[in-house]
Write a protein that binds this ligand. Structure first.
Ligand SMILES: Nc1ncnc2c1ncn2[C@@H]1O[C@H](COP(=O)(O)OP(=O)(O)O)[C@@H](O)[C@H]1O
Ligand SMILES: [Mg+2]
Length: 304
């Protein structure tokens, strides 16, 4: 019988008689995901609805230049390479995500919310299994629109994304530095927060401040929680880096991810419109982001 992995669409021709009657699930050798062992027709149906609910992850911290965009793009692209369908949402007026991915969409998040573009026009395909809802200058107008709403402004993003999110396994939301109506909207939409903490500049204070603001949101929305702390710009030769890392370990050890090293290839990749896996697949940056993908997907077999 023909089996199709609903995650990466890899096809397998399998002799049905060789599957023991009590075995209901198989693991895709290509993407490492589990899927039900059913014949082609059923598998095709399974492709329409993801087997797991969508995971909504925000890359957030009020500080700029700490690796939010680099992490958003390379986490999203790495998950897509692993076989997941991923929507990357850029909520920053700088609109860096489209630049980093080398795509030029005619609109994005603003146009989706104002309904100037239909969802399939606002969302652009950036790579295999990776779609982008771009940010950019037009988001400034969107912030004013949110501000002018008498009530429910904080749910604007969630209301726009809910109808389309089920087409994806992951929605990754890149955020702007600072704290504004869109940041609040992101925190009213996502469930898990991944916070990059630069070990180069002293951002632990930034983390503490962000957590204070977050607790104000959590009073109204309990589901949103800090799930991952990702040290970035790690240089083991620099004493200060190890000092900050130890401090994070003491305070938030259970949330700590393996650090992303300071790697010049990560800063060069955006100019070529490539992800780190395309630009320098053998670099320490690519290696570190693959590790992050495995951690987030909770699957040690991915991207090996
Ligand atoms: N681990 C790293 N090593 C070297 N340069 C990096 C690293 N992570 C990010 N960069 C570079 O640092 C700058 C800021 O990163 P960026 O992801 O844009 O931060 P943010 O989105 O938080 O403002 C960018 O030029 C980026 O290419
Ligand atoms: Mg950014």
């Amino acid at each position: 019988m023909l089996l199709i992995c609903p995650h990466c669409k890899k096809q397998y021709n399998i002799d049905e008689k060789k599957i023991p009657p009590n075995v209901k699930m198989g693991r895709c050798k290509f993407c490492g995901q589990q899927f039900p062992l059913r014949a082609e027709q059923d598998a095709r149906e399974a492709m329409v609805e993801p087997t797991q609910p969508v995971r909504r992850i925000g890359i957030c911290i009020s500080k700029g230049g700490v690796g939010k965009t680099t992490t958003s793009v390379n986490l999203a692209a790495g998950l897509a390479c692993s076989g997941f369908k991923v929507l990357l949402v850029d909520t920053d007026t700088q609109g860096q995500d489209s630049f980093v991915l080398g795509v030029k969409p005619k609109g994005g998040l603003t146009e989706l919310i104002t309904e100037e573009l239909a969802p399939d026009e606002a969302v652009v395909k950036a790579r295999e299994r990776l779609w982008l809802l771009a940010g950019g200058k037009s988001l400034a107008g969107l912030k004013r629109l949110i501000d002018r709403k008498d009530f429910g402004g904080e749910l604007t993003l969630a209301e726009a994304l809910k109808p389309i999110e089920n087409q994806y396994d992951y929605v990754i939301v890149d955020t702007s530095p600072g704290w504004d109506p869109l940041t609040v909207n992101v925190l009213f939409y996502i469930k898990d927060i991944l916070t990059p903490v630069s070990l180069e500049i002293m951002t632990l204070q930034g983390l503490v401040e962000f957590l204070k603001s977050l607790s104000a949101i959590q009073k109204h929305r309990k589901e949103v929680a800090l799930k991952y702390i990702l040290p970035t710009f790690y240089d083991q030769r620099v004493k200060k880096c190890n000092g900050i890392l130890e401090k994070i370990e003491q305070l938030y050890g259970h949330l700590l991810c393996k650090p992303i090293r300071s790697n010049v290839r990560l800063s060069e990749a955006p100019a070529s419109g490539q992800t780190i896996y395309e630009f320098a697949p053998g670099s320490p940056g690519a290696e570190d982001y693959r590790e992050l993908v495995r951690k987030v997907a909770n699957n040690d077999k991915l991207l090996r």
